[in-house]
Design a protein around this ligand. Sequence first.
Ligand SMILES: NC(=O)c1ccc[n+]([C@@H]2O[C@H](COP(=O)([O-])OP(=O)(O)OC[C@H]3O[C@@H](n4cnc5c(N)ncnc54)[C@H](O)[C@@H]3O)[C@@H](O)[C@H]2O)c1
Length: 441
Amino acid sequence: MPKAVTRRSRRARAAAPSHNGHAAAGHVKDIGLAREGRLRIEWAERSMPVLRAIRSRFAKERPLKGLRIAACLHVTTETANLARTLQAGGAEVFVCGSNPLSTQDDVAAALVAHYGIPTFAIKGEDHKTYYSHIVSCIEARPHLTMDDGCDLVTVLHTKLKPYLRGVFAGTEETSTGVTRLRAMAANGVLRYPVVAINDADTKHLFDNRYGTGQSTMDGILRATNMLIAGATVVVIGYGWCGRGVATRAKGMGATVVVAEINPLRALEAAMDGFQVISMAEAAPRGDLFVTLTGNKSVLRREHFAAMKDGAIVANSGHFNVEIDIPALERLSTSRRTVRNFVEEFKLRSGRRVYLLGEGRLINLAAAEGHPAMVMDMSFANQSLSVEFLARKAKTLKREVYRVPQAIDEQVARLKLRSMGITIDTLTPEQDKYLRSWSEGT
Ligand SMILES: NC(=O)c1ccc[n+]([C@@H]2O[C@H](COP(=O)([O-])OP(=O)(O)OC[C@H]3O[C@@H](n4cnc5c(N)ncnc54)[C@H](O)[C@@H]3O)[C@@H](O)[C@H]2O)c1
């Protein structure tokens, strides 16, 4: 094992005696995958110029010196580059997966072996192991949490409360996590301020829409190799992610129908050119159903029962609760795996329904998640928000905060520059005009 790992593992053990049997340097599937992981991490780094620029500044200024960060994120090549950025800023970073099926085992191995970052994540880990990995990160006694879906924060606020004492702030990556945190703040149980990365414009407008749009189709194609052209694709939830998937599926030649519960979003989908119908109408029509709501039992018993033979159901929302899998099981006489990430449920009616990726986010289960080019912005927001919290958390309340506007704009500006795009600036006359009220027609 390389020296860095041994050094780090000793330090981690000193900081965080492990009670759950995992070596403090991490718990990964196969450390032998590290070389492959490193190559892929470097490949992603090429498409992350904003994060690279932040990393070189962090390396000089060390704004995160002395900070311990517990990061519960999808363990992908892009996340590895975020962890390296935080590490360059002086932080000690501990990583665990934010979903049992989204870990890239070669990346987890490389984080441990090449970058000395204790990582606790194995693709396909069971429920118990998933939570024990979160516990391992919390046992590192973080000062700051970085979550994707709020599972780590929930464990910290329920089962491991003593560790709350050392935590002064956190960040949250995704819509579902922000929803949970807002509920915690409203119930008065949130114990430290959290910045909602998802709410930055340079996050949800791009990551959720273009990232999820493309990578969800990628996951579905890798799992099924189905032809999208000519298929009827039912997109459930027309939020940022749903907009992305609907647009990509349309571009590939599908007939796209949208199901929504929010009248404004439904109206927007209709005027974007999609047919908006109820799930009762959509169930017998769809060839492929994709849930992106952040809600539970969006596809349920009555929908499965009405689906045509061969219908495919997939989820790209955060948790595996959007498709009511127990209900599908109850309707079925058999369940078998027919391809990687494809399970066939034979219904009593004789019809077959195919479930992708155990109902977990299909873009990360069957593909590689979002392209690095878009994660560049999300993780630039993460890095700069951690820097902001390191300086300002003491002035904040136990609430959920937006990413400061200045950070959002800085990320957009850096991204534009990296893309070679120059934009205009206001003339002094225009600037004055926009700030005045006296001039009319
Ligand atoms: N797969 C990924 O990589 C990825 C990336 C980003 C976000 N997410 C997750 O995707 C989910 C959606 O995120 P978002 O940013 O689009 O959220 P959003 O809030 O913008 O959109 C969710 C939409 O679903 C609708 N909805 C809720 N319940 C519904 C129901 N029963 N039927 C139909 N529509 C319903 C809401 O009205 C809303 O318009 C969240 O769980 C989020 O955490 C996944």
